[in-house]
Write a protein that binds this ligand. Structure first.
Ligand code: AN0
Ligand code: CP
Length: 317
């Protein structure tokens, strides 16, 4: 594997899950692979899980790890080419990226959508520049339109818990006070599309995702109807994708919050969320604390998805 930015980079999904579960059963089996190899993690945005799980996965593989929070202590970076740099940005990404590449063997990048310029976000300008100019394999730790390490961990979690061969999986929008990217929802949808699951997306009118990510999912505007017979409820907030409302919060309607009464419409479904989650907005305390909540094992599988991806990158060096 050279780069990892979407489901297209993982190959057959069943093989990837099988490899991930082998790694989970014996996570120090490939310590030799990472010897004298260095991972550089670059964060343009905050993180708890991605930072810790990816670092842990790299250590399991015997790698050395360096972490840079671009907004804390590094020079402020210009990302657009052709600008006169007379403002507060001291360095251009076009120098910073090859310099970063010179100190490591692979780079993980977290760079969220700006949510103002849809074209710029959906062209994935920042991570594409890392791929082009770093000279190193690059993997996404959530880019503007996708969060593939999360989706891979979600898939592993579903495979570990599914009560039937082809479960009904429902991605539901839920309210949040701030504008969030579509990346987690896009990416989850993209990964569900490669499986043979029964996959349904539910959201209020105005929250339609980019059709290229929705793929063959069924879209159901009635959340209760969508929940009927579900085996997994995957909650997430996202801001509007469609113009002219791109990046806007159109609703904070708490009738979309996932609660026990709605979970009772499902086929004893598991509850999933990538975290961080706002209780009382996305989900009630009762649902997230229930025995059917998978949020903690789901987060734990982030170590496994990261390790599988980095193992494959190491094998290709
Ligand atoms: C981010 C998002 O929605 O993309 C990160 C999720 C993993 N969430 C927040 O910023 C709350
Ligand atoms: N789920 C996830 O990516 O969490 P962090 O933003 O804390 O890394």
């Amino acid at each position: 594997m050279k780069n990892f930015i979407s489901v297209n980079d993982i190959g057959p999904w069943r093989d990837a899950v099988r490899e991930a579960l082998e790694i989970k059963a014996d996570r120090f089996a490939h310590q030799h692979l990472g010897r004298n190899r260095t991972l550089l993690m670059i964060f343009f945005n905050s993180s708890l899980r991605t930072r810790l799980s990816t670092q842990k996965a790299a250590m399991n593989l015997g790698m050395n790890v360096m972490v840079l929070d671009v907004n804390q202590g590094a020079w402020k970076l210009e990302t657009e080419r052709g600008v006169i740099m007379d403002g507060d940005k001291a360095e251009h990404l076009l120098e910073a990226i090859p310099v970063m590449g010179s100190y490591c063997d692979m780079i993980g990048v977290r760079s969220f959508a700006g949510l103002t310029d849809r074209d710029a976000d959906y062209e994935e300008r920042v991570i594409q520049q890392f791929i082009r100019y770093s000279g190193r394999p690059v993997f996404s730790m959530e880019a503007a339109t996708r969060h593939p390490l999360q989706s891979f961990a979600d898939l592993i979690t579903i495979e570990e818990h599914k009560p039937v061969e082809r479960p009904k999986v429902v991605l539901t929008w839920a309210p949040h006070p701030k504008a969030l990217p579509q990346a987690v929802a896009n990416s989850f949808s993209e990964w569900m599309n490669v499986t043979d699951y029964d996959f349904v997306i539910t959201h209020p009118h105005g929250y339609e995702l980019d059709p290229s990510f929705v793929g063959n999912a069924r879209v159901e505007y009635d959340q209760r109807k969508a929940f009927e017979g579900a085996h997994f409820i995957y909650a997430k907030n996202w801001s509007a994708y469609r113009s002219p409302n791109y990046g806007k919060v159109l609703s904070t309607d708490r009738s979309w919050t996932v609660d026990t009464e709605k979970m009772n419409l499902t086929d004893n479904a598991y509850f999933m969320h990538c975290l961080p989650v706002r209780r009382g907005m996305i989900v009630t305390d009762e649902v997230i604390e229930s025995p059917r909540s998978l949020v903690i094992p789901e987060a734990a599988n982030r170590e496994i998805s990261a390790q599988t991806v980095m193992k494959r990158i190491l094998e290709s060096l």
